[in-house]
Design a protein around this ligand. Structure first.
Ligand SMILES: [Zn+2]
Length: 392
């Protein structure tokens, strides 16, 4: 029944044969032995926010900032969750690989931590794919899976190199492993001894001292498509688990992703959250079906089958206004999915290998399917923004 049987098998085999590579692979590291990464200077022209305007132009691709760095071999280990510094070191290393488009700083957080995007694939893409991890601080698996996907695309096993190269001839994949670096640090930053369930960013709403009972914005309620700060007519208060901010795009982290999406107009996006092993797609603000429901649903079923998740035809509680999927779809016609990974908030690192082997096939298949769109019947015009007038 699956017309993509051929590719299905190849991707599954590809993913499985990639596991030993993931568990112990050699890459190139900028700098040696834990030296501090240098970051490009933040522009002072626009105050604290280097990308204040939705129309700000971001160079594409950016100059790979690691190009002039000394390199030495490293090992990416799966025996622990990576710290933010390790994420940056690994991204630097991956950005020196031949198929990389380089590492871009797409913005910075409330606490001035940098938000990175790693590009992979075509320099003149017909279509682009976005992968986002760690929108919510405590959802660590999404960040790790983002890195694993990047590594698999850049360092496929020899017998699969031709297939990966083929998939990336006309497609670029941009991976933002840590959209919410402040939230990641607040949730423990990969240290299981410090792990907690903090999901929001580090926005302060009172005195200068962070107060988890009051502060933070839920970034996945801060996007503009049907953004609201009330639920059934009742105001969502500061301190709420899903506090959406004082206005849409009030937060530098969502501004960064917005500005990046305006430049790239992604055809497909996968936002990696935890947990529940569920795949969602728009709308989150209404129970009305999207105009492209059939295409959304069929691709969702394929991805879900390969990644062992269930497709949900509505967002959690049926109502998540201001989420990133609604924004990407509503603004750019992006086939925007959210995958909830794993069975809970991390309690050990032993699940990493299992999660990768289970989830990567669906992610890889989605990228491969985008690369083969003309043959697989998805109209290219779907990448244009959709008319929202028929939705409430
Ligand atoms: Zn989440």
């Amino acid at each position: 029944m699956m017309q993509h049987h051929h590719f299905y098998c190849k991707w599954v085999r590809f993913a499985w044969t990639s596991i030993p590579l993931l568990m112990l692979f050699t890459a190139l590291l900028a700098g040696c032995g834990g030296t501090t990464l240098q970051s490009p200077p933040v522009s002072q022209e626009a105050g604290n926010d280097p990308f204040p305007s939705p129309t700000a132009q971001i160079a594409k691709p950016d100059t790979p900032i690691a190009s002039s760095y000394a390199v030495s071999p490293i090992t990416i280990s799966l025996d622990h969750y990576h710290s933010l510094a390790e994420y940056e070191a690994i991204l630097q290393a991956l950005s020196t690989q031949p198929r990389s488009l380089g590492l871009q700083r797409i913005g910075s957080s409330i606490e001035q931590r940098l938000i990175w995007a790693l590009g992979i694939g075509s320099q003149t893409p017909q279509r682009e794919v976005l992968i986002v991890g760690l929108t919510h601080g405590c959802e660590w698996l999404g960040g790790e899976l983002s890195l694993a996907l990047a590594n698999t695309l850049l360092n496929p096993p020899p017998e699969e190199q031709e297939m990966v190269a083929e998939a990336l001839v006309e497609t670029a994949v941009w991976i933002v492993p840590v959209l919410n670096p402040d939230g990641y640090v607040l949730s423990g930053g990969g240290d299981l001894d410090l792990a907690n369930d903090w999901r929001k960013n580090a926005r302060l709403f009172g005195d200068p001292f962070f107060d988890p009972s009051r502060d933070g914005v839920d970034l996945n309620r801060n996007f503009s498509t049907h953004w609201t700060d009330s639920f059934d007519g009742i105001r969502i208060l500061v301190g709420d688990l899903n506090y959406p901010g004082t206005a849409s795009f009030s937060e530098p982290e969502t501004q960064a992703l917005r500005d990046f999406a305006i430049v790239h107009r992604f055809f497909l996006s996968l936002s990696l959250h935890s947990y529940g092993n569920v795949l969602y797609f728009p709308w989150g603000f209404t129970e009305e079906p999207v105009l492209d429901f059939n295409v959304f649903a069929s691709l969702a079923e394929e991805i879900a089958d390969l990644s062992n998740v269930e497709v949900s035809f509505e967002f959690p509680a049926g109502y998540t206004p201001g989420n990133s999927d609604d924004y990407f779809y509503g603004e750019f016609g992006t086939y925007a999915y959210t995958m909830e990974i794993g069975d809970g908030i991390p309690t050990s690192s032993e699940e990493l290998s299992a999660v990768f082997s289970e989830k990567l096939p669906g992610l890889l298949y989605a990228i491969e399917r985008v690369a083969r769109l003309p043959a697989l019947g998805i109209p290219l015009s779907s990448s244009n923004a959709h008319d929202l007038s028929s939705t409430p």
